[in-house]
Design a binder for this molecule. Structure first.
Ligand code: ADP
Ligand code: MG
Length: 691
């Protein structure tokens, strides 16, 4: 039997694994011995040393020893037993909500205890709630000499059991193949895969525990590297497969787009021209373009989308443009109608809020090919919407859509053996190496230049106590002809409450700003109501627009130059950056006031500081990354299936360039290793690749 077959044996081969246990393991996608070998702990408990109480930090899980000073039962709302211990450096409180009289008696003054648990700090100082504890007698209690791993588990499967199973599976470690090229491992001085796995399942005290707990141990780096490589390869494979599919080649002269440029009052920036050329090259090919365009807020992505759309139309195909919100879709609808009308092109609006009757005619126009471009929200991709000949899908502000959703769209456009081209646009500024990994299945363009003449946005953070001053400032600005947004943010994730807050603020501001025209827009208003308010604001008929975060993406009113954001501490950095991007679009100097609720937490303060100091989306993204981690920034949606077991996109950023290089080498020189690598690290690799 080959080593590989050995590892592929079912878990039931192991002692003590019956059908019931196998079923539970199955739930964790653990079917073979190999799966167990690669089932890694997600954290470790350190019971290898005793910490001095004075050194304890919140959230640490630690072992502490001390002498009981006193134990009391307090009768407040419920009975609590509090045992204070001291190790001579400081005092630690042990709190018990469930306890017996015997326990209370045993923890009497002078008794020595060793306990383990998570530290928290209250006004009483350090404490552990329900610690595990042992009473020490004269016999010295030994310390563990390995860290205790905690594995991902499931109901009915105790840590003890899964620990034992993984340890047994380690007997098969010798059979694990190293799939990284030997010369690479050698050149990098990396450890073997088997060694890395052994260390991570059973780290001993010799291994730097701090490194392991921080995820920076060479063993973790070895695995993280391979895992990132596997993900990269799987995305590249997906890209190669896409390139082998058929798509309509748009051989056009850019006649329509030329007409549009002639009509516009500005010239495209160099960056826009470059990206348009990259897209143009792609859509002339007979295989589908799958391109991500990243450009900071206000960099002019809509024009780039229009260039692609007009080429598709010129080649005789239809275009679908999808936006994440009604408001943004509506705005695109207006822009494209303005731009395309002089060319006699038909723009169709598809919305989830349309009545069936309103929708019918629009849908018909698409099916008959009377309409050239359909604009809408995800309603565009319901089954009832069919195209005569869809050639291009544009997805705006992609960070709101998941990878899977994007792939489904493509299938939707599959017709007559051809796939539509796909253009995905996002303002989420992701550092380049990270983007190259998270989006390795896409080609990547970046608009790294803003249109000329943009004025800097000055950002200030003021506490809510200064509200009246802020209202005064709004009044002055509006009287001088500047338009203003007043943004009310989410309260406890409730849209209803958010809209309510916006309505209250609207009433209040109307009262305080008599003589000024104050509008209101929020997510619970009907589409046409929203539209007409936005149109009024755009025409300059409203001085002030009170809004919820519905205006976060895409809204474009160049004359608006002041924005007040209420409770900015509730929002993420990226979202704040997006919101703020609604001003600074015209030629007047713009400002943004972050009207926060004091006191601010440390992280909130850092976030608001970052916003005050820079308007550069990339810098903000970097700060966001370091404050929140990659999963959050990319959104689990955006990383889609990129669920990493060992690697962490932020912590391991330094590995990414090398991962990309090695991926190319593996494909060139060791193509037979691509599949095994993907299979090893990505559980449902098949499902993933074939969507
Ligand atoms: P994004 O979608 O990238 O945030 P938009 O496409 O909404 O940005 O463009 C922002 C504003 O800049 C719009 O008013 C648009 O008409 C304008 N604009 C786009 N390109 C240019 C350019 N090259 N020169 C001047 N203004 C431009
Ligand atoms: Mg946009």
């Amino acid at each position: 039997m080959s080593d590989y077959e050995l590892l592929e044996k079912p878990v039931t081969e192991l002692k003590g694994v019956g059908p019931k246990m196998a079923q539970r393991l199955h739930k964790l996608k653990l079917q073979t011995i190999n799966d167990l070998v690669f089932h890694l702990p997600f954290r470790y408990q350190d019971r290898t040393r005793v910490y001095p109480i004075v050194q304890l930090r919140a959230k640490q899980e630690v072992l502490v020893e001390g002498e009981v000073l006193q134990t009391d039962v307090i009768n407040s709302r419920r009975r609590i037993m509090i045992c204070q211990i001291s190790d001579g450096t400081a005092i630690l409180r042990l709190c018990f909500f469930y306890f017996s009289t015997a326990q209370q008696r045993a923890l009497s003054q002078g008794v020595r205890v060793r306990c383990f648990g998570e530290i928290r700090y209250t006004s009483y100082g350090a404490e552990i709630v329900h610690p595990e504890y042992k009473i020490l007698d004269d016999q010295p209690l030994e310390l563990d000499n390995t860290l205790t791993p905690t594995y991902p588990s499931t109901e009915g499967l105790q840590q003890r059991t899964i620990r034992r199973l993984c340890e047994t599976a380690l007997n098969y470690l010798y059979a694990v193949d190293d799939l990284l090229p030997a010369e690479f491992i050698q050149a990098k001085g990396m450890m073997s895969l088997a060694e890395a796995l052994r260390i991570l399942h059973t780290p001993t005290v010799d291994h730097s525990i701090t490194q392991i707990l921080a995820g920076e141990h060479p063993a973790q780096q070895r695995l993280a590297f391979e895992e990132l490589l596997a993900h990269h390869l799987s995305l590249l494979k997906f890209k190669v497969e896409a390139k082998q599919q058929k798509a309509p080649a748009f051989k056009t002269q850019q006649k329509f787009f030329g007409q549009l440029l002639d009509a516009l009052p500005f010239n495209p920036t160099n960056a826009q021209q470059r990206v348009i050329a990259e897209i143009n090259h792609d859509i002339k090919q007979a295989s589908p373009m799958v391109r991500l365009v990243q450009g900071d807020v206000g960099s002019g992505k809509t024009l780039v989308a229009a260039a692609a759309a007009l080429d598709a139309i010129e080649a005789g195909y239809q275009v679908a443009l999808m936006a994440p919100t009604e408001l943004l879709a509506e705005q695109h609808y207006q822009t494209f109608t303005d731009w395309l009308k002089p060319m006699d092109l038909e723009v169709t609006w598809i919305s989830g809020q349309q009545t069936a009757k309103q929708r019918r005619r629009n849908v018909e126009n698409l099916l008959l090919g009377i309409s050239h471009i359909a604009i809408g929200t995800h309603a565009l991709f319901q089954d009832s919407v069919e195209f005569q000949q869809l050639g291009l899908i544009i997805v705006d502000e992609q960070h709101r859509f998941g990878v899977q959703q994007r792939l489904r769209l493509r299938e939707k456009g599959y017709q007559g053996g051809q796939y539509p081209h796909q253009l995905v646009m996002t303002a989420t500024p992701i550092p380049r190496t990270l983007a190259m990994t998270a989006y390795a299945d896409l080609d990547y363009s970046i608009i790294d230049e803003l249109p000329p003449g943009r004025q800097a946005i000055t950002t200030v953070a003021l506490s809510n106590e200064r509200r009246l001053d802020v209202i005064e400032r709004v009044k002055k600005a509006c009287q001088q002809g500047q338009q203003t947004y007043w943004v009310c943010t989410l309260i406890e994730e409730s849209e209803v409450l958010e809209c309510q807050a916006a309505e209250d603020t609207w009433e209040l501001l109307k009262e305080n700003l008599q003589g000024l025209k104050v509008g209101l827009v929020h997510g619970r208003m009907a589409s046409d109501e929203k539209e007409s308010v936005m149109a009024e604001f755009k025409r300059g008929d409203l001085h002030l627009l009170v809004a919820t975060t519905v205006i976060e993406v895409g809204v474009d009113v160049p004359n608006a130059s002041l924005m007040i954001i209420e409770n900015p501490e509730r929002l993420g950095l990226a979202q704040l950056h997006q919101l703020r991007g609604r001003v600074g679009r015209g030629t007047v100097a713009s400002s943004c006031v972050l009207l926060f609720q004091a006191p601010l937490s440390k992280t909130s303060r850092k976030r608001l500081d970052a916003l005050r100091k820079t308007t550069d989306g990339f810098k903000i993204a970097q700060i966001d990354l370091s404050l929140r981690g990659a999963g959050e920034v990319l959104g689990t949606k955006q990383t889609g299936d990129m669920q990493l077991k060992v690697a962490d996109l932020v912590r391991d950023q330094d590995l990414l360039t090398e991962v990309q290089q090695l991926a190319d080498q593996v494909i060139a020189h060791y193509p037979e290793r691509v599949e095994p690598l993907i299979k090893r690290w990505i559980a449902d690799a098949e499902a993933y690749g074939s969507v």
